[in-house]
Design a protein around this ligand. Structure first.
Ligand code: PMP
Ligand code: GLN
Length: 380
């Protein structure tokens, strides 16, 4: 049998490659982004209770209504922004499925989608398998600042969508209000849809404010927000997330969603809905992760790695140019095999040959792991 790959340039994701390498060499795994401490016992008890109370059959296609209400309340509470729980919020199998489904629902052959690189790895394959063309805007370490004139020069009559991500994985930078105003201005009076990947909205440091697209009304009207309970509630393996959008966009989203997943794990949805009744469960995350970032950075402050403190996410980018000029993928592999610590090289998320000599380290780890990892990094 012969077939032509629809994604000829796609291999195994760097997250899988590095996590497998870490396992093989018994290295401390700060590569793939996931916590190594247990998630909340209360949340696990609430999911168990939901199972015992009969939440074991299909959830409604758009998601358990208690959960959609809890999500809607969150947007009112934090952003003073209203999403109708029945018409404008859909629960998904993680943010990944939300992103794939949004792109599938709107992108046709030859449509152009602008993304900012380094870009999280699931955007481009989803665009291309749907026949779209990725139009990259490459950003650079250490600030990853957007030049909005450059973005404007890439918008054409074919531009169907712009994908943004703040707080940003992998760089740990955040967008300012001015960035959002520039985006709003650029897309005004166009038919461009904005996909705003906000999975790290509750991990933002030093008193900064998350710039959600829902804060600016013109932008909100053309945008999807995607979010991940795996990130927010330290359960990446549960694969539950959601998206919000104005009704007209959500109608199209659900046409695809009902056939590529229909609905997602019901007891987890009910458990999360009950857990979210206490807003501290998500509002407390900024401090929780800032403490971990600060512990990590204090411990490696006298190492040869240079850094700009992460502004958001649970990732810290470290510049290793004082140590070696090796290609970042080679250095990441050497660190794993030779020093017992795994990280993610950023070049894999960039345009070809763009290597800023930086690696991404995940600090969603126990303090004990952070201390051990820092000890290794200080001795390199
Ligand atoms: N977007 C970004 C920027 C991510 O880092 C991740 C990984 N959590 C996702 C989307 C996917 O989230 P999920 O695990 O909920 O599918
Ligand atoms: N979002 C996680 C990260 O950035 C990886 C998820 C995955 O392995 N696909 O590390």
């Amino acid at each position: 049998m012969r077939h032509t790959s629809k994604l000829p340039n796609v291999g195994t994701t760097i997250f899988t490659v590095m996590s497998n390498l870490a396992k093989e060499h018994n290295a401390i795994n700060l590569s793939q982004g996931f916590p190594n401490y247990p998630s909340s016992q209360k949340l696990k008890d609430l999911v168990t209770k939901a199972m015992n109370n009969g939440y074991n059959q299909y959830a409604p296609m758009a998601g358990n209504l208690d959960l959609r209400l809890a999500i809607s309340n969150k947007y009112n509470l934090i952003y003073n922004s209203t999403y109708h729980p029945e018409k404008e919020i859909t629960v998904t199998a993680g943010a990944t499925q939300a992103i794939y489904t949004i792109i599938s629902a709107f992108i046709r052959t030859n449509d152009e989608v602008i993304i900012f690189k380094p870009a999280y790895d699931c955007y481009q394959p989803a665009i291309e398998i749907n026949g779209g063309e990725t139009i990259p805007v490459q950003l650079s370490a250490p600030n990853y600042k957007v030049n909005w004139n450059e973005v404007a020069s890439k918008v054409s009559s074919k531009t169907k969508m712009i994908i943004i991500n703040t707080p940003h994985n992998p760089s740990g930078t955040i967008w300012s209000e001015d960035d959002m105003l520039q985006l709003q201005k650029l897309t005004k009076d166009t038919n461009i849809i904005v996909l705003s990947d906000e999975v790290y909205e509750h991990m933002i440091f030093d008193g900064e404010k998350h710039q959600s697209v829902c804060l600016l009304s013109d932008l909100k009207d053309r945008s999807f927000i995607t979010a991940s309970f795996g990130k927010t509630f330290h359960n990446t393996g549960w694969k539950i997330g959601y998206c919000c959008a104005p009704e007209a966009l959500m109608v199209e989203f659900r046409k695809v969603h009902q056939f590529n997943v229909f609905s997602v794990h019901h007891p987890s949805q009910k458990g999360i809905a009950d857990y979210m009744q206490d807003s501290e469960t998500y509002l407390g995350l900024n401090d929780f992760f800032q403490q971990k970032r600060d512990l990590f950075l204090n411990l490696i402050s006298d190492s040869k790695f240079k850094f700009k403190p992460s502004e958001g996410t649970y990732f810290q980018v470290l510049d290793y140019s004082e140590i070696t000029d090796e290609y970042d993928v080679d250095f990441a592999k050497r660190l794993t095999k030779g020093y017992g610590i795994a990280a993610i090289p950023l070049s894999v998320f960039n345009e070809k040959n763009k290597d800023d000599k930086v690696l991404r380290f995940c600090f969603a780890k126990t303090d004990e792991t952070i201390v051990k990892a820092s000890e290794i990094l200080r001795n390199i």
